[in-house]
Design a binder for this molecule. Structure first.
Ligand code: KG4
Ligand code: ZN
Length: 343
């Protein structure tokens, strides 16, 4: 193993779902480069087909690593460590990233480290120049997860609440499908909502009428289905009412989480944090509460390799690495089980 020195170059590999993402993070210079390949093969099936996703990661990962290194004028020999998404996610897709990361690290004699995909999202706002300081409350809203987390430091995560059924992004995608907007539907629904009238329909704000920080979004999609059946010509108004309901519900729960923890910083990440209506709602909340709200730029909200390289950088340079070269994945993995960085 190379010594973990002050100058440390981490390669990050993301392959948990339908995007191959590669990032390169330097301990002194920050993010050097990142590139993404979004698989479009799933659109005709109306959702991600796991076997097709795995096969495509196999074709994309190595060329993308080469492209990222070439664009940063570096070679494999310059790498100090390799971080890869080990879960949660699709098992076959995770296996591709894990196999490539472990084989490369073994052949180069450098450490490899399993990264939790949601920790990648959670830390993505630290890729920006204006970084949030610990401690903070994080709202993570992706296609697979919706959670509120109290964050004291890297790996010091207390889950305050999470979705009991559909994740926020999943609810966007399913509602978009009901409205005939294709897959992935979140961005398409958000675009349609910009032309809708918010006063036409009022959707419920699930679980806001009782205490607690858990979420439930599956009822909203049913509400959308019923409303659409009765008013098939009012797609944009339905999209708008749905988006407002999700944004307001998330805002109400963020308010509670900030009040309950006494934190003054809110960090928002994951694919749905690219949503402009949600951003506006949470910015307003921050102003009302005197709290600072941080979002990553849109390309770091959705899946990417930069966030995995960053999470890997913190942990690898903190002395953590996988203790063998076995190919291990954790398709189910709780954020609360991650170790803190102790040094
Ligand atoms: O974080 P992400 O890229 O992947 C997962 O880890 O799941 O999140 C993808 C999710 C999808 O459900 C997608 O529809 C949603 O984020 N999404 C959006 C927007 N952009 C992406 N939802 C609403 N508005 C958007 N602008
Ligand atoms: Zn994600």
């Amino acid at each position: 193993m190379k010594n973990i020195s002050a100058e440390f170059l981490t390669l990050g590999i993301e392959s948990s779902c339908d995007e191959t993402g590669i990032g390169l993070y330097h301990s002194e210079k920050g993010l050097l480069e990142h590139q993404l390949f979004s698989q479009d093969i799933h659109a005709e099936y109306g959702g991600v087909v796991p076997e097709l996703a795995s096969r495509d990661h196999i074709h994309r990962t190595v060329p993308l690593i080469k492209a990222v290194l070439a664009s940063a004028n570096l070679t494999l020999k310059d790498l100090s460590g390799i971080a890869y998404t080990a879960g949660p996610g699709l098992a076959g897709a995770l296996l591709v990233g894990s196999s490539i990361a472990k084989s490369l690290a073994w052949s180069l004699g450098i450490p490899a480290l399993a990264i939790h995909h949601m920790e990648g999202h959670l830390l993505a706002p630290l890729l920006e120049n204006e970084r949030p300081n610990f401690p903070f409350v994080a709202l993570l809203v992706s296609g697979g997860h919706t959670m509120l987390v109290d964050v004291k430091g890297i790996g010091e995560y207390q889950i305050l609440g999470e979705s009991l059924d559909d994740a926020a992004g999943e609810a966007f995608d399913k509602t978009a499908k009901i409205l005939g907007l294709g897959y992935p539907g979140g961005p398409a629904l958000a675009a349609l909502a910009t032309t809708g009238n918010s006063g036409k329909f009022k959707f419920p704000r699930p679980m806001t009428d009782r205490p607690g920080l858990d979420f439930s979004f599956s009822g909203l999609k049913t509400f959308a289905r019923n409303t659409f059946a009765q008013h098939p010509e009012q797609k944009a108004d339905i999209a708008k009412a749905f988006e407002v309901a999700v944004s307001k519900t998330l805002m109400i729960k963020c308010k509670r989480a900030l009040e309950q923890t006494g934190r003054k910083i809110l960090v928002v990440a994951g694919g749905v944090s690219a949503n402009l209506s949600l951003r506006r709602e949470l910015d307003n909340l921050g102003q009302k509460l005197g709290a600072k709200v941080y979002f990553p730029r849109p390309e770091f909200c959705t899946d990417n390799g930069a966030m995995i390289a960053l999470a890997g950088h913190f942990r690898l340079s903190g002395g953590q690495f996988d203790d063998d070269f076995a190919i291990n994945i954790k398709p189910r993995w709780s954020l609360a089980d991650l170790p803190a960085i102790t040094n």
